[in-house]
Design a protein around this ligand. Structure first.
Ligand code: CU
Length: 357
């Protein structure tokens, strides 16, 4: 009994002493300013153990024997052959080393070795066959985003088809409709594979020639990627996976294309949000009209005149303007962190429109 009482008294004394100490000493556990705050960073891959379901999202993009890309730009029209009135396109999914910027090369999953993949451009009503050979280390499928395909061609793994396994080939076939600006992209682990580069434009021209065709007609696919310690990650809006590079057609400024047009030209830009973030794209100098949304034409009386258009993931906007003013005009995202390369400005989602006499 006596021993217990002594220990109890000593315990009370210790509590009193520690309370006094904390009252008289500065609270060294609290940072004095932001610079002293402990760095809270999340390393990609660190959440894998906590959530095995998320493991595929957090792993770097890798493949055996990844070679440098043989092309330096993507999104160019894909050649096709015709058999019995069917336009036949060949796509191969494969990993390459893709330069997004001088000195910055990512490991990309691609269609035919470029980011974006090659543009499929056909006319409304065309019968189209696309033969896909999967040379990735992972299964894949293709979804024809916005194109009105038969259900069995929709590319949703486990729903409309089995995934195309590594080494396998799958054939998609459908009638191209309606006319408009569309995309094709992976639908297998899309959060990883699309961010890794498996996306491309799919343009369906209308049967009737345009009354007022633009002098310049460009597709601009907007995306993001994360590079950490030489490893590539598919960027996504979650802790540790935010992008630090932002790309237009697979390139970050100043590696983005400069679009040169003549004064008086009608210019059409087909903005496509294929990444996982919203990008309010702002054009300097000249307002534009929104002439199509998600591939569908906007009646002239309903065409908004704007200088900034938010392009959300999956959306497409055709914008058109007459290049009335000469000079170097910038098109850029107005979330200004998105105009940086690994936090250094300028970079990312910027490109120049050079209007000449
Ligand atoms: Cu942005």
């Amino acid at each position: 009994m006596k021993t217990k009482t002594i220990f109890f008294a000593l315990g009370i004394l210790a509590l009193i002493l520690s309370a006094c100490a904390s009252a008289t000493q500065p609270d060294i556990a609290m940072p004095m300013n932001n610079n002293d705050a402990p760095m809270m960073t999340v390393t990609p891959g660190s959440m894998m153990a906590e959530n095995p379901e998320a493991a595929h999202m957090m792993e770097p993009i890798t493949a055996p024997n990844v070679q440098p890309a043989t092309e330096s730009t993507g999104g160019h029209p894909l050649e096709f052959r015709e058999e019995n009135g069917i336009k036949i396109f060949d796509l191969t999914t494969k990993a390459v080393q893709w330069e997004i910027l001088d000195g910055v090369t990512v490991t990309a999953y691609t269609y035919n070795g470029t980011v974006p993949g090659p543009m499929i451009r056909v006319t409304e009503g065309d019968l189209v066959r696309i033969i896909v050979k999967n040379e990735l280390p992972d299964p894949t499928t293709i979804h024809w985003h916005g194109v009105e395909v038969p259900n069995a061609m929709d590319g949703v793994p486990g729903v409309t088809q089995d995934p195309i396994q590594p080494g396998e080939t799958f054939t998609y076939e459908f009638t191209a409709k309606p006319a408009g600006s569309f995309m094709y992209h992976s639908h297998f682990e899309g959060d990883v594979q699309v961010g890794a580069g498996l996306y491309a434009p799919f343009i369906i021209d209308s049967k009737e020639p345009e009354a007022n065709p633009p002098a310049v007609d460009k597709v601009l696919m907007i995306s993001e990627v994360r590079m950490t310690d030489g490893q590539t990650y598919a960027a996504m809006p979650m802790g540790g996976m935010e992008p630090n590079y932002f790309t237009i057609n697979g390139k970050s400024f100043p590696a983005t294309e400069t679009i040169t047009v003549k004064k008086g030209d009608l210019v059409r830009l087909r903005l496509m949000g294929i990444g996982q973030f919203i990008h309010p794209m702002h054009l300097h100098g000249m307002p534009f009209k929104i002439t199509a949304t998600d591939g569908h034409p906007v009646p002239e009386a309903a065409q908004l005149t704007k200088d900034t258009i938010s392009v959300a993931p999956g959306e497409r906007y055709n914008i058109e303007f007459i290049a009335t003013e000469t000079g170097q005009w910038m098109l850029h995202c107005h979330i200004l962190h998105h105009t940086t390369n690994d936090n250094v400005e300028p970079g990312g989602l910027m490109l120049m429109i050079n209007v000449v006499e």
